[in-house]
Design a binder for this molecule. Structure first.
Ligand code: FAD
Length: 389
C-alpha cells in the first residue's frame, strides 16, 4: 500500500482546497465548527452547489454523473470537503439503484437525487427489529399492480423532511426469514402514511416513527426481485458504515478542538499548554491516525477493484469511538461554556454553544448503522473465524 499522494493527487488537492475555501457558505462553515444541527435547506443548497460543480455524486460511475475520480482522489476530496454530511439518497440509495435498479428506475430517480428534487429516508428498523433486522414485520401484499403496505418503521432519520422512503418490507412469511424481505420505494405523500416525531437527547428533531395503514404502492417500485431485499440491504449497509466512519469530519473536528484549546485559558495560560489536555488531544490524534490508516487499507482494496467488506465494520466501530472521544473533549474544553443558554433568542457562548447537545447526540453513533456489539460480532465472524480476505 502506497500512502504517499502522487504529484497529480497533490495538485488535485490544491484545486479542491481552493474551491472549498471560496465556495463553502459561511453559515455552513460556522455550523460545522460549532456542531449546530444542519437544516434540510442547508444540505439541499450545499448539494446543489456541489452538483453544479460536478462534485456531488463522487462515488457514482461516470455515466450517472460521477466525476470519474480514482479512490484516492475521492478520499482527498472528502478530506477537503469536511463540511456537511450528504443525504442518504446520494450516499446510499444511488449506489443501490445503480447496482440493482431497472433502467426506468435509474432514469426516474438518479437525476432527481442529484438535483435534490427528492429527499430519501431509510425505512429499515422497526419496533422489535433493529439489530435483528430480519425479524421485520411490515408487510407488502401484492394486489393487482400494487402492493398494500401495513406496519411501522422507527428511528427514521429526517422522515419529516422526506419525499420518499427506501424501505424493507416482508413479501413472504414462509421459509428463511431473510428470504421473505423485499426492497421497496415509497412516496411519502401516499394515503395511509403517518409520521410522528421523536425528539432526541440533544433536544432536536432528527428522528421519527412512521406508520403505514393500507398504503398502496405500485409494484414497479420494487428494486431487484421479490425476496432480494436482504442482499440489497447488506450491499447498502457497507456503504453506510464506511461513510459513518467520517475520517474527514473527525480531522476537521480535531482541528477545531486545537483552536478552541488555544482560545480557552486555564490558570492564566492557554489550555493548549496544559499537560493533561495536551496528552488527551495527542491520544485522540493518534486514534484518529490509526483510523485514517485503516481507511487507507480500504482505499487500497477498492482501488484494486474489491468492494468494501468486513473492514467497513471495523471503520464504523473505530470511527464512532473517535467521534465520541472528540465530542467529550469538546465539552471538557468548553467547560462551563458548554451549557447552552439563550441570548436574545440565539444560543449563547458562540463556538461552544452546541458542545453539550453534540456530545449527547454523539452517544447514538455507536447505535445507528448497526450497534457496536453487533459490528464486533460481524468482525469476529468474518475476520477472526477464518473469513478474512
Ligand atoms: C440517531 C439514530 C438514527 C437512526 N436512523 C435510522 C434510520 O434512518 N433508519 C433506520 O432504519 N434505522 C435508524 N436507526 C435505528 C438503528 O439502526 C437501530 O437503533 C440499531 O440497529 C439498533 O437497533 P435497536 O435500537 O432496535 O436496538 P436492539 O437491537 O434492541 O439492541 C439493544 C442492545 O442489545 C445489543 N445487542 C443486540 N443484539 C445483539 C447481539 N446479537 N449480540 C450482542 N449484543 C446485541 C445492542 O448492541 C444494543 O446494545 C437510527 C438509530 C439512531 C439511534
Amino acid at each position: 500500500m502506497d500512502i504517499d499522494f502522487s504529484p497529480q493527487d497533490r495538485a488535485f488537492q490544491q484545486e479542491v482546497r481552493a474551491w472549498f475555501k471560496t465556495h463553502t457558505p459561511a453559515d455552513l462553515k460556522r455550523k460545522t465548527v460549532t456542531g449546530e444541527m444542519l437544516q434540510k435547506d442547508d444540505i439541499v443548497q450545499w448539494q446543489r452547489r456541489l452538483d453544479a460543480q460536478g462534485w456531488l455524486v463522487t462515488g457514482w460511475p461516470k455515466e450517472h454523473g460521477g466525476p470519474g475520480w480514482t479512490p484516492t482522489q475521492r478520499y482527498i476530496f472528502d478530506l477537503e470537503r469536511a463540511a456537511a454530511s450528504l443525504s442518504m439518497g446520494v450516499i446510499m440509495l444511488g449506489p443501490v439503484l445503480i447496482a440493482f435498479g431497472t433502467p426506468e428506475q435509474k432514469a426516474q430517480y438518479l437525476p432527481r437525487i442529484r438535483r435534490c428534487d427528492d429527499w430519501w429516508c431509510q425505512g429499515y428498523s422497526e419496533p422489535g427489529a433493529g439489530s435483528d433486522l430480519a425479524s421485520l414485520k411490515t408487510t407488502a401484499v401484492a394486489d393487482g399492480d400494487d402492493y398494500i403496505v401495513n406496519g411501522s418503521k422507527i428511528w427514521t432519520t429526517y422522515a419529516h423532511w422526506a419525499t420518499h422512503m427506501f424501505c424493507l418490507v416482508r413479501t413472504s412469511s414462509t421459509g428463511k426469514k431473510q428470504g421473505g424481505i423485499s426492497f421497496l420505494l415509497i412516496e411519502m405523500d401516499r394515503a395511509g402514511i403517518e409520521v410522528k416525531p421523536i425528539v432526541s437527547i440533544d433536544g432536536e428533531h432528527h428522528l421519527n416513527q412512521v406508520f403505514f395503514t393500507d398504503v398502496r404502492v405500485p409494484r414497479k417500485n420494487l428494486v431487484g426481485r421479490e425476496g432480494q431485499g436482504w442482499d440489497i440491504a447488506k450491499y447498502l449497509l457497507t456503504h453506510e458504515r464506511t461513510s459513518i466512519a467520517g475520517v474527514a469530519d473527525c480531522k476537521a473536528h480535531l482541528a477545531n478542538l486545537y483552536a478552541a484549546a488555544d482560545e480557552r485559558r486555564s490558570g492564566g495560560r492557554p489550555l493548549a499548554e496544559d499537560g493533561a489536555m495536551r496528552l488527551k488531544l495527542a491520544r485522540a490524534e493518534i486514534e484518529l491516525m490509526a483510523l485514517e490508516y485503516t481507511n487507507f487499507r480500504v482505499l487500497a482494496a477498492t482501488a484494486a477493484g474489491k468492494a468494501p467488506g468486513p473492514e467497513s465494520s471495523l471503520l464504523k466501530t473505530m470511527g464512532t469511538a473517535v467521534q465520541q472521544t472528540l465530542s467529550e473533549l469538546d465539552v471538557e474544553i468548553a467547560a462551563e461554556m458548554a451549557w447552552p443558554w439563550h441570548e436574545g433568542g440565539e444560543l449563547g457562548h458562540g463556538r461552544y454553544a452546541h458542545a453539550m447537545p453534540r456530545y449527547c447526540f454523539s452517544r447514538a453513533a455507536t447505535i445507528y448503522g448497526g450497534s457496536d456489539e453487533v459490528q464486533k460480532n460481524v468482525l469476529a465472524k468474518m475476520l477472526l473465524a477464518g473469513g478474512a480476505r
